[in-house]
Ligand binder design. Structure first.
Ligand SMILES: Nc1nc2c(ncn2[C@@H]2O[C@H](COP(=O)(O)OP(=O)(O)OP(=O)(O)O)[C@@H](O)[C@H]2O)c(=O)[nH]1
Ligand SMILES: [Mg+2]
Length: 357
Protein backbone atom coordinates (compact mmCIF):
# COMPACT_ATOMS: atom_id res chain seq x y z
CA UNK A 1 0.00 0.00 0.00
CA UNK A 2 1.18 3.52 -0.77
CA UNK A 3 0.05 6.48 1.30
CA UNK A 4 -0.94 9.81 -0.18
CA UNK A 5 -2.44 12.90 1.44
CA UNK A 6 -5.26 14.97 -0.09
CA UNK A 7 -6.25 18.46 1.03
CA UNK A 8 -9.61 20.22 0.65
CA UNK A 9 -11.87 22.52 2.62
CA UNK A 10 -13.70 19.58 4.23
CA UNK A 11 -13.01 15.86 4.77
CA UNK A 12 -15.57 14.72 2.23
CA UNK A 13 -14.13 16.78 -0.62
CA UNK A 14 -10.62 15.62 0.27
CA UNK A 15 -11.80 12.01 0.27
CA UNK A 16 -13.58 12.53 -3.05
CA UNK A 17 -10.37 13.89 -4.59
CA UNK A 18 -8.68 10.66 -3.56
CA UNK A 19 -11.53 8.54 -4.98
CA UNK A 20 -11.52 10.58 -8.19
CA UNK A 21 -7.82 9.89 -8.62
CA UNK A 22 -7.55 6.28 -7.48
CA UNK A 23 -11.07 4.83 -7.40
CA UNK A 24 -12.86 3.19 -4.50
CA UNK A 25 -10.30 0.56 -3.55
CA UNK A 26 -8.45 3.08 -1.37
CA UNK A 27 -8.85 3.03 2.40
CA UNK A 28 -8.83 5.87 4.88
CA UNK A 29 -5.75 6.09 7.12
CA UNK A 30 -6.23 9.38 8.92
CA UNK A 31 -8.01 12.73 8.71
CA UNK A 32 -6.99 16.03 10.29
CA UNK A 33 -8.26 19.60 10.33
CA UNK A 34 -5.28 21.97 10.09
CA UNK A 35 -5.12 25.74 10.15
CA UNK A 36 -2.73 26.76 7.35
CA UNK A 37 -0.44 29.83 7.37
CA UNK A 38 -3.10 31.83 5.47
CA UNK A 39 -5.43 31.33 8.48
CA UNK A 40 -7.79 28.98 6.60
CA UNK A 41 -8.87 25.69 8.18
CA UNK A 42 -8.34 22.78 5.78
CA UNK A 43 -8.89 19.03 5.96
CA UNK A 44 -6.05 16.66 5.25
CA UNK A 45 -7.02 13.08 4.50
CA UNK A 46 -4.40 10.36 4.13
CA UNK A 47 -5.40 7.27 2.19
CA UNK A 48 -3.73 3.95 1.46
CA UNK A 49 -3.62 2.99 -2.24
CA UNK A 50 -2.99 -0.55 -3.51
CA UNK A 51 0.41 -0.52 -5.28
CA UNK A 52 -0.89 -1.76 -8.65
CA UNK A 53 -3.54 0.97 -8.80
CA UNK A 54 -1.00 3.60 -7.77
CA UNK A 55 1.33 2.57 -10.60
CA UNK A 56 -1.43 2.44 -13.21
CA UNK A 57 -2.65 5.92 -12.29
CA UNK A 58 0.81 7.45 -11.96
CA UNK A 59 2.48 6.00 -15.05
CA UNK A 60 -0.44 4.73 -17.12
CA UNK A 61 -1.61 7.32 -19.61
CA UNK A 62 0.54 9.99 -21.16
CA UNK A 63 -1.15 13.16 -22.43
CA UNK A 64 0.88 15.09 -25.00
CA UNK A 65 1.83 18.74 -24.38
CA UNK A 66 -0.12 19.81 -27.52
CA UNK A 67 -3.31 18.12 -26.29
CA UNK A 68 -2.94 19.81 -22.94
CA UNK A 69 -2.47 23.29 -24.50
CA UNK A 70 -5.51 22.84 -26.74
CA UNK A 71 -7.70 21.73 -23.85
CA UNK A 72 -6.61 24.73 -21.76
CA UNK A 73 -7.45 27.10 -24.63
CA UNK A 74 -10.94 25.61 -25.10
CA UNK A 75 -11.57 25.80 -21.37
CA UNK A 76 -10.55 29.50 -21.24
CA UNK A 77 -12.78 30.38 -24.19
CA UNK A 78 -15.74 28.66 -22.52
CA UNK A 79 -15.10 30.62 -19.31
CA UNK A 80 -15.04 33.94 -21.25
CA UNK A 81 -18.32 33.14 -23.00
CA UNK A 82 -19.97 32.30 -19.68
CA UNK A 83 -18.78 35.59 -18.15
CA UNK A 84 -20.22 37.57 -21.08
CA UNK A 85 -23.55 35.77 -20.73
CA UNK A 86 -23.63 36.54 -16.98
CA UNK A 87 -22.98 40.26 -17.62
CA UNK A 88 -25.91 40.53 -20.04
CA UNK A 89 -28.28 38.82 -17.57
CA UNK A 90 -27.04 40.92 -14.64
CA UNK A 91 -27.70 44.16 -16.52
CA UNK A 92 -31.24 43.02 -17.36
CA UNK A 93 -31.89 42.11 -13.71
CA UNK A 94 -30.54 45.38 -12.34
CA UNK A 95 -32.67 47.60 -14.62
CA UNK A 96 -35.95 45.74 -14.02
CA UNK A 97 -37.69 47.21 -10.92
CA UNK A 98 -39.97 44.19 -10.44
CA UNK A 99 -37.01 41.85 -10.44
CA UNK A 100 -35.01 44.04 -8.01
CA UNK A 101 -37.93 44.28 -5.60
CA UNK A 102 -38.72 40.54 -5.56
CA UNK A 103 -35.06 39.65 -5.40
CA UNK A 104 -34.54 41.94 -2.38
CA UNK A 105 -37.55 40.43 -0.57
CA UNK A 106 -36.50 36.81 -1.13
CA UNK A 107 -32.91 37.63 -0.17
CA UNK A 108 -34.08 39.28 3.06
CA UNK A 109 -35.86 36.02 3.87
CA UNK A 110 -32.74 33.93 3.35
CA UNK A 111 -32.78 32.83 -0.30
CA UNK A 112 -29.41 33.34 -1.97
CA UNK A 113 -28.75 35.80 -4.78
CA UNK A 114 -27.06 32.94 -6.60
CA UNK A 115 -30.22 30.81 -6.77
CA UNK A 116 -32.49 33.78 -7.54
CA UNK A 117 -30.25 35.02 -10.35
CA UNK A 118 -30.21 31.58 -11.92
CA UNK A 119 -34.03 31.60 -11.85
CA UNK A 120 -34.25 35.07 -13.44
CA UNK A 121 -31.89 33.93 -16.18
CA UNK A 122 -34.24 31.16 -17.20
CA UNK A 123 -37.04 33.76 -17.39
CA UNK A 124 -35.21 36.20 -19.68
CA UNK A 125 -37.77 38.07 -21.84
CA UNK A 126 -40.72 36.42 -20.12
CA UNK A 127 -43.77 38.46 -19.05
CA UNK A 128 -43.47 36.96 -15.59
CA UNK A 129 -40.64 39.42 -14.98
CA UNK A 130 -43.10 42.34 -15.35
CA UNK A 131 -45.38 41.42 -12.45
CA UNK A 132 -44.28 41.13 -8.82
CA UNK A 133 -46.99 38.69 -7.69
CA UNK A 134 -46.52 36.48 -10.71
CA UNK A 135 -42.79 36.43 -10.25
CA UNK A 136 -43.07 35.63 -6.53
CA UNK A 137 -45.47 32.73 -7.22
CA UNK A 138 -43.19 31.48 -9.96
CA UNK A 139 -40.27 31.41 -7.52
CA UNK A 140 -42.35 29.62 -4.89
CA UNK A 141 -43.29 27.00 -7.45
CA UNK A 142 -39.67 26.55 -8.39
CA UNK A 143 -38.78 26.13 -4.72
CA UNK A 144 -41.56 23.56 -4.40
CA UNK A 145 -40.23 21.67 -7.43
CA UNK A 146 -36.68 21.69 -6.15
CA UNK A 147 -37.50 20.40 -2.66
CA UNK A 148 -37.31 16.67 -2.24
CA UNK A 149 -39.07 14.45 0.26
CA UNK A 150 -38.01 10.95 1.14
CA UNK A 151 -41.10 8.82 1.67
CA UNK A 152 -41.29 6.70 4.80
CA UNK A 153 -40.60 3.16 3.72
CA UNK A 154 -40.95 0.36 6.24
CA UNK A 155 -41.55 -2.39 3.69
CA UNK A 156 -38.08 -3.81 4.24
CA UNK A 157 -36.17 -4.23 7.49
CA UNK A 158 -33.83 -1.32 8.07
CA UNK A 159 -31.01 0.08 10.14
CA UNK A 160 -31.34 3.83 10.55
CA UNK A 161 -28.45 5.78 12.02
CA UNK A 162 -28.99 9.38 13.11
CA UNK A 163 -25.99 11.70 13.03
CA UNK A 164 -25.65 15.41 13.65
CA UNK A 165 -24.08 18.17 15.70
CA UNK A 166 -24.35 18.21 19.49
CA UNK A 167 -27.70 18.96 21.07
CA UNK A 168 -29.81 19.09 17.87
CA UNK A 169 -32.23 16.47 19.18
CA UNK A 170 -30.86 13.13 17.93
CA UNK A 171 -31.76 11.10 21.01
CA UNK A 172 -35.19 12.74 21.38
CA UNK A 173 -35.93 12.13 17.68
CA UNK A 174 -34.85 8.48 17.96
CA UNK A 175 -37.29 8.07 20.85
CA UNK A 176 -40.08 9.67 18.79
CA UNK A 177 -39.30 7.45 15.79
CA UNK A 178 -39.14 4.34 17.99
CA UNK A 179 -42.58 5.12 19.44
CA UNK A 180 -43.95 5.83 15.98
CA UNK A 181 -42.74 2.57 14.48
CA UNK A 182 -43.48 0.41 17.53
CA UNK A 183 -46.90 1.77 18.52
CA UNK A 184 -48.37 4.55 16.40
CA UNK A 185 -48.71 3.14 12.88
CA UNK A 186 -51.26 0.66 11.50
CA UNK A 187 -48.74 -2.12 11.88
CA UNK A 188 -46.62 -2.51 15.03
CA UNK A 189 -43.02 -2.88 13.95
CA UNK A 190 -40.40 -4.68 16.01
CA UNK A 191 -37.97 -1.94 17.00
CA UNK A 192 -34.57 -2.03 18.73
CA UNK A 193 -32.34 0.85 19.82
CA UNK A 194 -28.57 0.79 19.57
CA UNK A 195 -26.59 3.51 21.31
CA UNK A 196 -23.10 4.36 20.04
CA UNK A 197 -22.84 7.41 22.31
CA UNK A 198 -20.50 6.45 25.11
CA UNK A 199 -18.99 9.98 25.16
CA UNK A 200 -21.65 12.10 26.83
CA UNK A 201 -22.29 11.69 30.54
CA UNK A 202 -25.86 10.45 30.93
CA UNK A 203 -26.27 9.51 27.24
CA UNK A 204 -26.79 5.82 28.03
CA UNK A 205 -29.39 6.56 30.72
CA UNK A 206 -31.21 9.07 28.46
CA UNK A 207 -31.91 6.52 25.71
CA UNK A 208 -32.37 3.65 28.20
CA UNK A 209 -35.08 5.70 29.91
CA UNK A 210 -37.11 5.95 26.68
CA UNK A 211 -36.45 2.27 25.86
CA UNK A 212 -37.72 1.22 29.31
CA UNK A 213 -40.91 3.25 29.00
CA UNK A 214 -41.61 1.82 25.55
CA UNK A 215 -40.38 -1.63 26.56
CA UNK A 216 -38.11 -2.03 23.59
CA UNK A 217 -34.66 -3.56 23.27
CA UNK A 218 -31.77 -1.19 24.00
CA UNK A 219 -28.12 -2.05 23.46
CA UNK A 220 -25.02 0.06 24.14
CA UNK A 221 -22.11 -0.54 21.79
CA UNK A 222 -18.64 0.97 21.94
CA UNK A 223 -16.66 -0.68 19.16
CA UNK A 224 -17.09 -1.64 15.53
CA UNK A 225 -16.82 -5.42 16.06
CA UNK A 226 -19.49 -5.34 18.72
CA UNK A 227 -21.65 -3.18 16.43
CA UNK A 228 -21.42 -5.77 13.66
CA UNK A 229 -22.30 -8.57 16.10
CA UNK A 230 -25.19 -6.56 17.53
CA UNK A 231 -26.69 -5.90 14.10
CA UNK A 232 -26.43 -9.60 13.34
CA UNK A 233 -28.15 -10.45 16.63
CA UNK A 234 -30.92 -7.96 15.78
CA UNK A 235 -31.61 -9.45 12.37
CA UNK A 236 -35.17 -10.39 13.32
CA UNK A 237 -36.09 -6.75 14.05
CA UNK A 238 -37.97 -4.58 11.52
CA UNK A 239 -36.23 -1.34 12.46
CA UNK A 240 -32.96 -0.81 14.29
CA UNK A 241 -32.46 2.83 15.28
CA UNK A 242 -28.86 3.82 15.97
CA UNK A 243 -28.13 6.86 18.13
CA UNK A 244 -24.70 8.49 17.80
CA UNK A 245 -22.65 10.95 19.80
CA UNK A 246 -23.13 14.63 18.92
CA UNK A 247 -20.19 15.89 16.88
CA UNK A 248 -18.84 19.32 16.21
CA UNK A 249 -18.41 19.48 12.43
CA UNK A 250 -14.73 20.14 13.10
CA UNK A 251 -14.13 17.11 15.34
CA UNK A 252 -12.34 14.95 12.79
CA UNK A 253 -11.45 12.18 15.25
CA UNK A 254 -15.11 11.49 16.00
CA UNK A 255 -15.88 11.58 12.27
CA UNK A 256 -13.33 8.90 11.54
CA UNK A 257 -14.73 6.73 14.33
CA UNK A 258 -18.26 7.19 13.01
CA UNK A 259 -17.20 6.45 9.42
CA UNK A 260 -15.88 3.12 10.69
CA UNK A 261 -19.32 2.34 12.14
CA UNK A 262 -21.11 3.44 8.95
CA UNK A 263 -18.81 1.28 6.82
CA UNK A 264 -19.49 -1.82 8.94
CA UNK A 265 -20.09 -4.78 6.71
CA UNK A 266 -23.60 -5.90 7.61
CA UNK A 267 -26.33 -7.79 5.76
CA UNK A 268 -28.56 -4.68 5.92
CA UNK A 269 -27.48 -1.37 4.50
CA UNK A 270 -27.06 1.34 7.15
CA UNK A 271 -29.22 4.30 6.24
CA UNK A 272 -27.72 7.50 7.63
CA UNK A 273 -29.97 10.48 8.38
CA UNK A 274 -28.48 13.85 9.16
CA UNK A 275 -30.32 15.81 11.84
CA UNK A 276 -30.22 19.57 11.26
CA UNK A 277 -31.78 22.21 13.43
CA UNK A 278 -33.99 24.73 11.62
CA UNK A 279 -32.44 27.45 13.77
CA UNK A 280 -28.86 27.12 12.48
CA UNK A 281 -27.47 30.00 10.45
CA UNK A 282 -26.63 29.38 6.81
CA UNK A 283 -22.85 29.32 7.02
CA UNK A 284 -22.98 26.81 9.87
CA UNK A 285 -25.51 24.70 7.98
CA UNK A 286 -23.12 24.50 5.05
CA UNK A 287 -20.17 23.58 7.27
CA UNK A 288 -22.27 20.96 9.02
CA UNK A 289 -23.44 19.47 5.75
CA UNK A 290 -20.03 19.48 4.11
CA UNK A 291 -18.48 17.64 7.02
CA UNK A 292 -21.32 15.26 7.74
CA UNK A 293 -21.74 14.45 4.05
CA UNK A 294 -18.63 12.37 4.60
CA UNK A 295 -20.99 9.88 6.27
CA UNK A 296 -23.17 9.75 3.13
CA UNK A 297 -26.53 10.75 4.61
CA UNK A 298 -29.46 9.69 2.44
CA UNK A 299 -31.89 12.10 4.05
CA UNK A 300 -32.19 15.06 6.38
CA UNK A 301 -34.41 15.31 9.45
CA UNK A 302 -35.12 18.88 10.51
CA UNK A 303 -35.51 19.53 14.23
CA UNK A 304 -36.61 22.53 16.29
CA UNK A 305 -39.22 23.65 13.77
CA UNK A 306 -41.02 25.23 16.71
CA UNK A 307 -38.09 27.47 17.59
CA UNK A 308 -38.12 29.71 14.51
CA UNK A 309 -40.51 31.44 12.14
CA UNK A 310 -37.87 31.99 9.48
CA UNK A 311 -37.36 29.09 7.13
CA UNK A 312 -35.64 30.86 4.23
CA UNK A 313 -32.18 29.75 5.33
CA UNK A 314 -33.30 26.16 5.53
CA UNK A 315 -35.03 26.37 2.15
CA UNK A 316 -31.97 27.93 0.60
CA UNK A 317 -29.85 25.11 1.94
CA UNK A 318 -32.29 22.54 0.54
CA UNK A 319 -32.35 24.30 -2.85
CA UNK A 320 -28.60 24.15 -3.18
CA UNK A 321 -27.95 20.70 -1.76
CA UNK A 322 -31.14 18.95 -2.90
CA UNK A 323 -31.14 16.42 -0.08
CA UNK A 324 -34.42 14.63 0.55
CA UNK A 325 -36.13 15.53 3.84
CA UNK A 326 -37.69 12.69 5.82
CA UNK A 327 -39.14 14.03 9.12
CA UNK A 328 -39.70 17.34 10.92
CA UNK A 329 -39.35 17.53 14.72
CA UNK A 330 -41.61 20.23 16.06
CA UNK A 331 -41.00 20.26 19.81
CA UNK A 332 -39.69 18.41 22.85
CA UNK A 333 -42.65 16.09 23.40
CA UNK A 334 -42.02 12.39 22.81
CA UNK A 335 -43.71 10.95 20.77
CA UNK A 336 -46.07 13.72 19.63
CA UNK A 337 -43.78 16.34 18.16
CA UNK A 338 -42.81 14.56 14.97
CA UNK A 339 -44.20 14.97 11.44
CA UNK A 340 -43.49 13.30 8.16
CA UNK A 341 -41.55 15.83 6.08
CA UNK A 342 -44.00 17.86 4.06
CA UNK A 343 -43.12 20.42 1.39
CA UNK A 344 -46.43 22.21 1.73
CA UNK A 345 -45.99 22.63 5.47
CA UNK A 346 -42.53 24.10 4.99
CA UNK A 347 -43.63 26.38 2.15
CA UNK A 348 -46.64 27.64 4.14
CA UNK A 349 -44.31 28.73 6.93
CA UNK A 350 -42.10 30.46 4.39
CA UNK A 351 -45.00 32.21 2.65
CA UNK A 352 -46.22 33.42 6.05
CA UNK A 353 -42.80 34.93 6.61
CA UNK A 354 -42.72 36.50 3.11
CA UNK A 355 -46.21 37.99 3.62
CA UNK A 356 -44.96 39.77 6.71
CA UNK A 357 -42.54 41.52 4.37
N1 LIG B 1 -37.85 23.01 20.90
C1 LIG B 1 -37.39 21.81 20.55
N2 LIG B 1 -36.53 21.16 21.34
C2 LIG B 1 -36.09 19.95 20.95
C3 LIG B 1 -36.50 19.33 19.74
N3 LIG B 1 -35.89 18.14 19.64
C4 LIG B 1 -35.12 18.01 20.75
N4 LIG B 1 -35.24 19.10 21.55
C5 LIG B 1 -34.58 19.38 22.84
O1 LIG B 1 -33.21 19.62 22.58
C6 LIG B 1 -32.43 19.18 23.70
C7 LIG B 1 -31.35 18.22 23.24
O2 LIG B 1 -31.97 17.04 22.77
P1 LIG B 1 -31.21 15.65 22.62
O3 LIG B 1 -32.17 14.69 22.00
O4 LIG B 1 -30.55 15.24 23.88
O5 LIG B 1 -30.11 16.08 21.56
P2 LIG B 1 -28.90 15.20 21.01
O6 LIG B 1 -28.69 15.63 19.61
O7 LIG B 1 -29.13 13.77 21.26
O8 LIG B 1 -27.72 15.75 21.92
P3 LIG B 1 -26.25 15.12 22.08
O9 LIG B 1 -26.42 13.63 22.19
O10 LIG B 1 -25.71 15.77 23.30
O11 LIG B 1 -25.48 15.52 20.87
C8 LIG B 1 -33.41 18.55 24.69
O12 LIG B 1 -33.76 19.50 25.63
C9 LIG B 1 -34.62 18.21 23.80
O13 LIG B 1 -35.83 18.17 24.53
C10 LIG B 1 -37.43 20.05 18.90
O14 LIG B 1 -37.83 19.63 17.82
N5 LIG B 1 -37.83 21.28 19.35
MG1 LIG C 1 -27.96 12.33 22.23
Amino acid sequence: MIHETFVASNPKDAYELAVEKYGTSISLVSAKQIKYDDGVLRSEITVAIPADIYEKVSFGEVVTKEDEALLTEIFELKEQLNLMKDDIHKEMQETNAVVSEVKALFMRKGISAYWLESMFQTLAQSEILEDEKLLASYLLEEIDDALKVKKEDLMHPKVMMIVGPTGVGKTTTIAKLAARYAYLLDKRYKVALVNLDSFKVGAIEQLAHYADIMQIEHIVVDNVDRFKETLEELEGYDVVLVDTAGMSPYDTEKFIQTVEFVKTDTPREIEVSLLLSATVKYEDMEDIYQNFSFLNPSSVIISKFDETKHFGTLLNFMLLYRLPMSYFATGQEVPDDLLLADKEFLLEQFIGDIDEG
